[in-house]
Design a binder for this molecule. Structure first.
Ligand code: TEU
Ligand code: CA
Length: 539
């Protein structure tokens, strides 16, 4: 029998390097900064670090616009620093998962610089071009960050296609030479001892703009199988595709246990539920809680035995979960622990986004100039022109702006939260004096120690990894409860997702069971307190 791949028992921690730890006072997080915090991460107990892109980049989209895949941006350090990070992590049994952006490059990448010189340049066909006339776009497709998806290049009399910013031209995956370049680059990183890859917007590589197809193009899974075979399958890697277009059907291909594509996929069905259907993420509606539970349950049951889930609430594109679906005021600690409990109790590989383990919150800057994200700027401009009210736009930014997740990591109560001795590239959340890693580590009842315990439990009890999932109290408007079961035990995860006391009959059956973790001191009562959460087990 094949032994279980390491990533099935792993917990991954995501680092947004620009905002994690600055080591040289320039206000920007860097590789030496990460190295200096490895002991913290080791203490937390995580097995792998997914680090957002650190390759050379003009930083139009914070590194998701790569100008050289084989070099580290000087802002983050050198290749020697990177190799040191890999070695130092290995010493602590932590693997490095790199972010790979393969759908597009920066317009400053040498391939694009060449490509736009002439139509017969050998690199021209590395990108997606259409003939046309100035002002007459090939079609009306829009870019994710606003504006048309086509950009005119006068000297060629052609448009290039970009699903993201103008400075992120799409690569042409139809061209076998492009694919080969990418495979060689990946193999080169694998030789350096990389433990895995997160593949940015991977469901968008097989675009067919003439048919207005962006994600899930007809050739997508052929491309992915080839990619995997030529690269990942030569190692024991954790690979996770980011796919906003994933559903439970295609997720079984992405995460096929035969290893033909990836280890797992990031899917977002549960992340778009608090927006108006058919509209943008900025168009807010309250979270439909019952729908959320049923959706997560669907992923748990449909992938059981034939796929693998990634479990996450947060990343660098999403608001802070405690502000989003918990209560970042009075019940901040309780609700942060509750959210962690229901997530880490499920089957899959859990991801923790930097600061989530401290219960870090969204930020409310007062002036647009304090923000840094291109997506926020473009939305602000567009919606101002479209006549939205200022207050409506600000509520959207406060609720969903990507900079909520990108303010610096809060290490301690000193100036700028211990993130930098200089001026941070984006402001620190003013609540760093209360919420920071030092305070959390010193307090045994903190969110941080609760996360540590959850991570340990996953290592101690195989039922976390293999147990079958069953949703209980499906229609309940406040309680999120489910069991996980294997041959030797049954485990209950039960949480109050609301700020009210709620009666919970279920608990009487479990009162004698062993409590593995509980965010309230003492025994289980008849009712759950606001955001109370517990995991118990019967062996
Ligand atoms: O994000 C994919 C993506 O589609 C996002 O732009 C998403 O729609 C948006 O953030 C929701 O607000 C990935 C990266 O995670 C993101 O940081 C990059 O900007 C994007 O790809 C382009 O590379
Ligand atoms: Ca720095």
């Amino acid at each position: 029998e094949k032994k279980q791949p390491w990533w099935k028992t792993a917990v991954v921690y995501q680092i947004y390097p620009k905002s994690f730890q600055d080591s040289n006072g320039d206000g920007i997080g860097d590789i030496q900064g990460i190295i200096s915090r490895l002991d913290y991460l080791r203490e937390l107990g995580v097995d792998a670090l997914w680090i957002s892109p650190m390759y050379c980049s003009p930083q139009d989209d914070n590194g998701y616009d790569i100008s050289d895949y084989r070099n580290i941006d000087p802002m983050f350090g050198t290749m020697e620093d990177m190799e040191e990070l890999i070695r130092e992590s290995q010493k602590r049994d932590i693997r490095i998962v790199m972010d790979l952006v393969l759908n597009h490059t920066s317009d400053e990448h040498i391939w694009f610089q060449e490509a736009k010189k002439s139509k017969d340049n050998p690199y021209h066909d590395y990108y997606v071009w259409r003939d046309g006339k100035e002002g007459e776009l090939p079609n009306d497709m829009r870019a994710v960050f606003g504006g048309p998806a086509w950009e005119w290049v006068p000297q060629l009399g052609q448009y290039y296609f970009h699903q993201f910013s103008v400075k992120q031209p799409d690569l042409n995956w139809e061209n076998p030479k492009v694919r080969r370049e990418i495979y060689d680059m990946i193999l080169w990183w694998m030789e350096k001892g990389i433990g895995g890859f997160r593949l940015d917007v991977i469901d968008q590589i097989a675009k067919e703009p003439d048919k207005k197809i962006t994600n899930n193009g007809p050739r997508l899974h052929d491309f992915l199988r080839e990619l995997s075979k030529e690269t990942f399958q030569k190692g024991e890697l954790l690979t996770v595709g980011e796919a906003w277009g994933a559903n439970t059907q295609n997720a079984k291909l992405y995460s096929n246990p035969d290893g033909s594509e990836f280890s797992m996929v990031f899917q977002f069905e549960h992340m778009v539920m608090d927006q108006q259907e058919g509209k943008d993420k900025w168009d807010l509606v309250p979270l439909p809680f019952v729908k959320l539970k049923k959706n997560l349950a669907k992923w748990q049951t449909q992938l059981y035995g034939c796929g693998w889930n990634s479990l996450f609430w947060d990343n660098h594109d999403l608001p802070r979960i405690v502000s989003r679906w918990g209560d970042d005021g009075e019940c901040r600690e309780m609700s942060a622990k509750m959210l962690a409990t229901v997530l880490h109790g499920m089957q899959g590989t859990p991801y923790i986004y930097q600061g989530e383990e401290l219960g870090m919150t969204n930020v409310r800057f007062e002036d647009i100039s304090q923000y840094r994200d291109i997506e926020i700027f473009n939305m602000y401009k567009e919606r101002m022109q479209q006549g939205y009210s200022k207050s409506e736009i600000w509520e959207s930014i406060y609720a969903k702006g990507r900079d909520n997740a990108r303010t610096p990591m809060q290490w301690n109560g000193s100036t700028h939260g211990g993130f930098t001795e200089g001026t941070p590239w984006i402001g620190v959340n003013p609540n760093y004096r209360q919420i920071n890693a030092k305070a959390e580590r010193e307090n045994p009842n903190s969110v941080y120690h609760y996360y540590r315990r959850l991570i340990q439990l996953r290592k101690e009890y195989p039922v976390f990894v293999e147990g079958k999932f069953e949703l209980l109290l499906e229609e309940d408007e406040q309680i999120f409860a489910y069991t996980r079961t294997n041959e030797s035990c049954e485990m209950l995860v039960c949480a109050n997702f609301s700020g009210q006391n709620v009666n919970c009959e279920l608990l009487s059956e479990w009162r004698q069971a062993k409590q593995l973790i509980h965010n309230v001191q003492g025994k289980l009562g008849e009712e759950l307190k606001p955001y109370e959460a517990v995991i118990c087990i019967r062996e």
